[in-house]
Design a protein around this ligand. Structure first.
Ligand code: 13P
Ligand code: SF4
Length: 324
């Protein structure tokens, strides 16, 4: 017989039974589904999240899809299974709603590569440039920007922005990809990158391709320029599924965070997917247990300071107005 600690703010029922080894995956899945119903909560999960989190998610997708879902939901609570900047975006798009992130320390190495002071200085150096900010950034950075973009609409947004000079932050690889697609504009990149994508090189790709000449290559635009030049498709995580569905090829190399390869395998079991990939450890910090605890305790709440949130919202609204 186990006794439950009365201090539910310290250890809740889920944590207690999980630590005791009594709570199994099936119990957690059941409990999460019940809590969602009782609390009118919705679970939004990024493609890179663990497969067992996808099992309880109401929506799985890329950053753009998640932004749209977050702005359309009628739920009272949004449990955001992704990293901090994504949960912040959900909070910005839903003032007044409770947004929870299961693991408070789920950060983003690329988002941390830029700071507001640095961006202010770059803006001073190029006062005539418009600032296009990839959503993989903090709310403060978005608040200093003219418009946001995601990996799936970056080219469209830059094309649609007035003027010929664009400061593009924080991903230099996505900036280079955009520059190759919009040569009529000058793109001033920030020197950031995503380690999960940046450290997959062309040499690594050449190496794995030697024995599978017919395999198609699908790469995320956060990858290096020379890798993208070798790829058959450059796509956001959600678009990768459509590319693989439509292409008659039976074999694909997938160049993005490893979770996406698993997702492709489960969506399209008749095709072969090989990940040329690194893990994003921050994306993997959320677990089924922490999702359950987040719902039970209604923690960790993600809040964005009102002034910052209002300015960042304008950058989101601009993105939606240019692309919808
Ligand atoms: P998308 O979801 O837009 O494809 O971006 C991938 C990513 O790196 C998110 O952190
Ligand atoms: Fe950030 Fe890269 Fe992880 Fe995405 S995959 S959250 S860009 S570090």
């Amino acid at each position: 017989m186990v006794a439950l600690c009365a201090r539910s703010d310290v250890v809740c029922e889920t944590q207690f039974y999980f630590m005791k080894g009594v709570l199994q995956k099936a119990d957690l899945l059941k409990k999460i589904k019940r809590l969602k119903r009782e609390k009118n909560a919705v679970i939004l999960a990024h493609s890179y999240q663990r497969p067992e989190i996808h099992e309880v998610a109401d929506f799985i997708g890329d950053s753009l899809g998640l932004c749209i879902e977050a702005s359309n939901t009628n739920a009272d609570i949004i449990v955001f299974c992704g990293v901090n900047f994504m949960a912040e975006s959900a909070a910005i798009l839903n003032p007044g709603k409770k947004v929870l992130i299961p693991h408070r320390d789920a950060g983003c190495a690329m988002a941390d590569m830029i700071d507001p002071e640095g961006l202010k200085n770059l803006k001073k150096k190029h006062p005539d440039a418009k600032v296009v900010t990839y959503v993989n950034s903090s709310a403060e950075i978005k608040a200093l920007s003219d418009v946001c973009c995601t990996s799936s609409n970056a080219v469209e947004v830059v094309k649609a922005m007035p003027g010929n000079k664009i400061i593009f932050v924080p991903d230099k690889n996505l900036a280079a990809y955009v520059a190759s697609k919009v040569p009529e504009k000058e793109i001033i990149p920030w020197d950031g990158f995503c380690p999960a994508h940046h450290f997959v090189t062309k040499e690594m790709l050449d190496d794995v391709r030697r024995n599978s000449a017919d395999a198609k290559i699908i790469a995320h635009p956060e990858s290096r320029k020379d890798v993208l030049e070798e790829s058959d498709y450059v796509a956001s995580t959600s678009s990768m599924i459509n590319c693989a569905k439509k292409d008659p090829a039976k074999e694909f190399f997938v160049l993005t965070e490893c979770g996406m390869t698993e997702r492709l395998r489960s969506e399209l079991p008749s095709k072969k997917f090989t990940g040329l990939c690194n893990l994003c450890f921050d994306m993997k910090k959320n677990t089924l247990e922490s999702v359950c605890v987040a719902l039970e305790k209604e923690k960790e709440v993600v809040e964005v300071e009102k002034q910052v949130s209002e300015k960042a919202m304008k950058a989101f609204e601009k993105m939606f107005s240019l692309t919808r």
